[in-house]
Design a protein. Structure first.
Length: 291
């Protein structure tokens, strides 16, 4: 089975039969120590969920962090699904300007990021999902910046504003330049893969999951799935030519306001049970994806 049957890195990691997933299981499968360390440093839930689409919340929060780090950031991926439709592209550009020019915690900013999350989903899903709020706007030719900015529900705005405020206190001050927002890697041309961000050598994944309920206390608890660890490891291994100078990996759990990071060499050695020759591991993944 070729790794190329998986459309992207995330899919390959979730597919236990994919060559890449088998490689990670074989060479970096001892995840228990990192999971225990993450669990020991976990916080309590600060931002409960609600009726707003959790996937859109995650994508919108991601955009909000990027705009907070770089007010000139342009999310090109938000345009891709509307190539050849100039009126739509113009509307999206106006939404981007709102996100660039407003405070990350403002209603205007989170509404803009919500709209960009929806337009991005058109590209990621290969078309406009039938249940997308974009459908009636496109059908009635009301796809404008004004209508896009009105799509975020009160609950979506509530969650995103709280998440942005907490990130402003607990995440952003910890991130050092240079910032690489939405980075891709040398091996991304063999298997599509783009990370959330790299800041000062820290490869960081942003998560907005609620976490499962503790069966005894019924409280939400934050845990680190194996697939999240593999995602970070794979990104680091995809950087075959060391273009990004990654020296640490980490997770920011936005609903818990928790930033957990590890030196890359230490994390790889812990997962492998022995020191890891990083260039050799990167070459092995390159050969695997090239097969």
């Amino acid at each position: 089975m070729s790794s190329h049957r998986d459309p992207n890195l995330t899919s390959a990691i979730r597919n236990r039969r994919s060559p890449l997933r088998r490689f990670l299981d074989q060479h970096f499968g001892d995840v228990r120590a990192l999971q225990a360390d993450y669990r020991d440093r976990a916080s309590t839930l600060l931002v409960p969920g609600g009726p707003a689409d959790p996937a859109a919340i995650g994508a919108a929060f991601d955009f909000g962090v990027r705009f907070a780090l770089d007010a000139d950031y342009v999310p090109e991926i938000a345009y891709y699904g509307f190539a050849g439709l100039p009126p739509c592209l113009d509307a999206i550009a106006q939404v981007v300007e709102v996100a660039q020019q407003t405070s990350p915690t403002s209603a205007e900013s989170v509404s803009a990021c919500w709209a960009l999350a929806l337009t991005t989903s058109v590209y990621r899903e290969g078309g406009v999902p039938p249940d997308s709020p974009l459908v009636p706007l496109l059908r009635t030719q009301r796809f404008t910046a004004d209508t896009l900015l009105r799509l975020a529900s009160p609950d979506a705005r509530r969650q995103l504003q709280k998440l942005a405020a907490i990130a402003g206190e607990r995440l952003l001050p910890e991130l050092l330049p240079p910032y690489n927002l939405g980075p891709t890697f040398a091996a991304s041309r063999l298997m599509p893969a783009d990370a959330d961000l790299i800041a000062g050598g820290l490869l960081l994944d942003l998560k907005t999951r609620l976490g499962r309920r503790d069966p005894r206390t019924h409280a939400r608890i934050d845990r680190l799935p194996r697939t999240d660890i593999y995602q970070l490891v794979a990104y680091a291994l995809f950087d075959r030519t060391d273009d990004h100078r990654i020296d640490a990996i980490g997770i920011y759990s936005a609903r818990y306001g928790s930033l957990v990071r590890w030196p890359l060499t230490d994390a790889l050695a812990t997962l492998a049970g022995e020191p890891v020759d990083l260039p050799a591991a990167r070459d092995a993944v390159w050969r695997l994806l090239s097969a």
